[in-house]
Write a protein that binds this ligand. Structure first.
Ligand code: HEC
Length: 252
C-alpha cells in the first residue's frame, strides 16, 4: 500500500477541506435563496401577485363598508330572489348566429317604447310608499357592492348619488337593469368607462326592480318619482338584447 494515502493526518485534512468547501457552497446557496425568497420569478407570477393583492384590497374595502346587520338583513331577501329566478337567456351579439331563429327574433323585436314608459311616471310630489323604500333598501345592498353604500361610486362603478341618469327618465334605469350597460358614460360631469361595464340583473322581479330604483331615486340626496312595476313589465322585451351603451339611453 502507498504510504501517503495511509497517512492519517493527510486523510484528516482532506475531510476537513471537503467539509469546508461543502459549507461554503451551502452558505452561498442559502444567501441566494434568502435574497430571492419573495421575488416572483416570471411575468405571470408577478401579474398573479398584483391580482391577488388588488382583489384582497377590494374585498377588504367592501367588507369594511358593509355593516354586518345590513348583510344579515339581506341574506333572506337575496336567497328568496335567487330561489325564484327564472333563467334568462342572455346572448352576446357575437354569439348569436346570423340568420338563426334567435337573430331573427331579436331583429324583429320592436325597439323599446321608452316614451310610453316614461309617460307612465307618477306625480313628482306623490309621497313614496315606505314599504317600497324598505324593500328597495335591502335589494340595494347588492348594488352597493359596486356603487358604494351611499351611492357615492367607487373604483368599480360610477356614483348614483347626484347622477342625472338616476334622477332622469325611469325607462333608462329599467333598461340598465334588464340589459346592463357598457362603454363610456358621463355622470355628474365626469366621464367613466369601466371594463366589462355593468351586467344585466334581469333575474329580479318587476316589483324588485321598481323598488330598488325607487329607493335609489329617493336616497343619497336624489329626488325623482317612484318607478312602477308596470313600467318594468312594459320593458321586459328588452331582456336578452346586448348590453346598452350611453347612446342607447334617453338623454336625461
Ligand atoms: C358588479 C358591479 C355593479 C353592480 C352590482 C351594480 N352596478 Fe350599476 N353600474 C356598474 C358599472 C361598472 C356601471 C357603468 C357602466 C359603464 O361603464 O357604462 C354602472 C352604471 C349604473 C348606472 C348608470 C350610471 C350612473 O351612475 O348613474 C345606474 C343607474 C346603475 N348602474 C344602477 C345600479 C343599480 C340600481 C344596481 C343594483 C340593482 C347596480 N347598478 C348594480 C356596476 C355595477
Amino acid at each position: 500500500m502507498d504510504s501517503q494515502s495511509d497517512n492519517p493526518i493527510l486523510r484528516f485534512s482532506a475531510i476537513v477541506w471537503g467539509l469546508g468547501i461543502f459549507l461554503i457552497f451551502a452558505v452561498i446557496l442559502g444567501v441566494f435563496w434568502w435574497v430571492n425568497r419573495d421575488t416572483p420569478e416570471t411575468l405571470e407570477e408577478n401579474a398573479a401577485k398584483v391580482r391577488y393583492e388588488t382583489k384582497a384590497k377590494a374585498f377588504e374595502a367592501q367588507a369594511a363598508s358593509l355593516p354586518q346587520e345590513l348583510i344579515d338583513a339581506a341574506i333572506p331577501a337575496v336567497a328568496e330572489q335567487l330561489a325564484s329566478v327564472k333563467p334568462a337567456a342572455v346572448e352576446k351579439p357575437e354569439q348569436v348566429i346570423p340568420g338563426s331563429p334567435t337573430a331573427e327574433k331579436l331583429a324583429a323585436a320592436p325597439a323599446a317604447d321608452t316614451a310610453a314608459v316614461d309617460a307612465m311616471a307618477g306625480d313628482p310630489d306623490e309621497p313614496i310608499d315606505p314599504a317600497v323604500m324598505e324593500k328597495g333598501k335591502i335589494s340595494f345592498i347588492l348594488c352597493s357592492a359596486c356603487h358604494g353604500q351611499n351611492g357615492e361610486g367607487g373604483p368599480i362603478a360610477p356614483p348614483l348619488a347626484g347622477s342625472e341618469w338616476v334622477n332622469g327618465p325611469a325607462s333608462n334605469l329599467i333598461r340598465i337593469q334588464l340589459r346592463g350597460l357598457v362603454g363610456p358614460i358621463n355622470v355628474a360631469g365626469k366621464e367613466y368607462d369601466f371594463i366589462g361595464g355593468m351586467a344585466a340583473q334581469a333575474q329580479q322581479s318587476d316589483e324588485d326592480i321598481a323598488a330598488v330604483l325607487t329607493y335609489v331615486r329617493n336616497s343619497f340626496g336624489n329626488k325623482a318619482p317612484a318607478v312602477k312595476p308596470e313600467q318594468v313589465a312594459a320593458l321586459r322585451s328588452e331582456v336578452g338584447k346586448p348590453q346598452l351603451t350611453a347612446d342607447d339611453l334617453v338623454k336625461p
